[in-house]
Design a protein around this ligand. Sequence first.
Ligand code: SAH
Ligand code: SF4
Length: 394
Amino acid sequence: MEILKNACKFPLVKFAPQKPSLFGETLDSLKEQVVAAGHQPFRAKQVMEWLYKKRVDSWDKMTNLPKDFRAWLDETYILYPTAPVIDKRSDDVTQKLLLELEDKSLIETVLIRAPQKGVGQEDSRKTVCVSIQVGCAYGCKFCASGLAGFKRNLMAAEVVSQLMHICRREDAHTQRAKEEIASFDNIVFMGMGEPLANYETLVQTIKILNADWGLNFGARRITVSTSGLAPQIMKLAEEGVAVRLAISLHGATNEVRSQIMPINKKYPLEELIPAAKAFQQRHGRMLTLEFILIQDVNDSLEQAHELAKIAKELHAHVNCIPYNKVEGLEWVRPSVRRQDAFVDVLRKANVSTTIRREKGHDINAACGQLRLKTERSMAEAEAKPSSPFVAPES
Ligand code: SAH
Ligand code: SF4
């Protein structure tokens, strides 16, 4: 099976950093460490304030902490486990960060600004798209992250720090920093990797983001996107974190879906749909079905009719995304006329539907590609044929 083939080809690399990052701790776990080292328990709360409210980037800036305590922090922890190598504020719409991890792996984080009519850039709606794995083992045929294979899971600190990098950059441009709240509006797990395949990190990260001592960011403003790991969807439904769920459907029948998403062979629609339904019923919130439109693969009107049936059963919103070109893949984006005809079928069936068209606004295309490009050119430069970042055989 393709998924297993990929997973064997790119075995899980266990990564043990020399010192943990503070961004992986909760208030309770930090308090335990602080007390065990003979310091006052209230110091933990002060540290969290420096991290998440004042958002400093060095121990020296934590000015209300005694010197010996700062020395202990420095011996025990690192601050950021991720370092920006490319910081592209390409236009007013997107900002892409390519981050290097301690083991030199690369991941991407993207901020998308959706300008709102009649207001300045400061008030545009800002969504951060985070990565949760280095690469992805699921090998969807249209995806840059899948193309690069799977290297390892990220730790919670590596996910949280992506958001803090963006937060610090936005703070510099916005009034919101003074209110000590996050300087963006939404978080989507739509970057590199499959969130439900790194379940513990996902839940730990959401808890840190949610906490009042943390970023104080409501779960309702967090969307987890999954390619459809049915058992983990059920587990997440019972987890007690009220995040939004988006399902990457991309095929409205097993035949079409299996052609482009190998995961469908493991969890076909007859397993995925009931799991999604259970999640929807547990939380009472509308689900989103993501549907990439790829010419002559899944853009027929029959697919649109089938998709409408699924959306109605799940009480879901459909987000159509015209396929974004990935270097090295031959898929084609359908014409605007074909896209319109597809959306028409859905709307006529009274399914709430959006279609993303604007160049550069597309969060899905944004993630994975910068890293793939960089890895490829580095591999070429170093002529490293044994690099794990080569396209898996199709
Ligand atoms: N693994 C998760 C989350 C990361 S992918 C998932 O699959 O849902 C985030 C979204 O980007 C998914 O909906 C995915 O299908 C979409 N995507 C991947 N490659 C794309 C491309 N070339 N064009 C448009 N969307 C793409
Ligand atoms: Fe992985 Fe999602 Fe890309 Fe599929 S679409 S390869 S699950 S990141």
